[in-house]
Design a protein around this ligand. Structure first.
Ligand code: SF4
Length: 313
């Protein structure tokens, strides 16, 4: 199944000399996006035969990109599934309510616009100067679960990408003292829905370029007047800065989230440290407790000072 999910578009790029180059680049980008989304769907069994996937559309580049790529994959997926785009119009001042319906009609995808004035509720309930995002997100979540039920959706797709997942990992570490990122697939807190993140492997910069190429009618995300998650922005800047100085580091960190060694962390609930006993059997690949950790010479981390000394006692 994964081979077909990951199948790549094979239409040849076209156009004159200059535009041919642009088309070629766009074609490569489209192939990469389809490949990464297909890989995530396959790796985590996100979409199954007969699913009705509710694609949550905010009007930002990520959710437009998600819908766009899912539509492409649907056309050649090994199984039949349906998509329905859903936007929650929270009645924020200045929300251009015609933009999404016009776009979705033009694309030809079934859609539902849910109008709920959460903006007024949040403004009324949250004291001036306090952050509104917590209540706003809770209200939005409840509404989207209800809408999923009403539409008979079997999966809810959110447009978080690789960089969101990594930023969440650092936010949880810095502010919640937890090694915890953002799952690619989960059961919702009400126990009734499966939420998927088909963009889990996709780099944000690819979504930026894809949105530019496709000319999505982006709706600004600051209409509510609240500054969503300043800490998230700070962590995002930190990650981009690292990547600039040490190209490949984001990819390495993201790969690390899929390559975890509980025996080398300190969580006794994941590894039985207390019950450890010598096995009496030599293991070539076993832990070499006194040697420094080995880093591949080509690792981006090679830019860091070498780890030379292991302190004993
Ligand atoms: S930024 Fe505005 S719309 Fe977004 S979660 Fe916060 S309050 Fe809600």
């Amino acid at each position: 199944m994964s081979a077909v999910w990951n199948d790549e578009a094979d239409a040849a790029p076209a156009g004159t000399a200059n535009s041919a180059k642009i088309e070629r680049e766009a074609h490569k980008l489209e192939k990469r996006l389809c490949r990464e989304v297909g890989r995530a769907i396959s790796d985590f069994n996100m979409i199954e035969a007969g699913d009705k996937v509710m694609v949550c559309l905010s009007g930002g580049k990520d959710s437009y990109g998600m819908l766009d790529i899912l539509l492409k994959l649907k056309a050649r997926a090994p199984v039949h599934f349906d998509l329905i785009a859903v936007n929650l119009d929270q009645k924020q001042p200045g929300f251009p309510e015609d933009v999404l319906p016009a776009y979705l009609k033009q694309v030809g995808v079934p859609f539902h616009i849910e109008e709920q004035d959460t903006y007024s509720i949040v403004k009324r309930v949250v004291p001036e100067g306090k952050t509104t995002c917590g209540l706003c997100s809770r209200l939005r979540r409840g509404i989207l679960y209800r809408v999923a039920d009403e539409l008979g959706a079997t999966k809810i797709a959110l447009g978080h990408h690789r960089d969101d997942i990594l930023a969440t990992f650092f936010l949880n570490m810095f502010f919640a003292a937890k090694l915890k990122a953002m799952p690619p697939k989960l059961v919702s807190d009400d126990g009734r829905h499966v939420v998927i993140r088909p963009l889990a492997y996709v780099a944000e910069k690819d979504l930026v370029r894809w949105a530019q190429h496709r000319g999505f009618p982006i709706i600004p995300c600051n209409l509510c007047g609240s500054q969503e998650n300043l800490q998230r922005q700070v962590v995002g800047d930190m990650l981009r800065d690292w990547e600039r100085k040490h190209p490949g580091r984001i990819e390495n960190m993201f790969s690390a989230l899929q390559n975890i060694a509980p025996s080398h962390l300190l969580d006794g609930t994941l590894h039985d440290f207390k019950g450890l006993k010598p096995t009496g059997v030599a293991d070539e690949n076993g832990d070499k407790a006194f040697d420094p950790p080995e880093l591949p010479p080509s690792s981006p981390a090679a830019g860091l000072p070498a780890l030379q000394v292991v302190k004993i006692g």
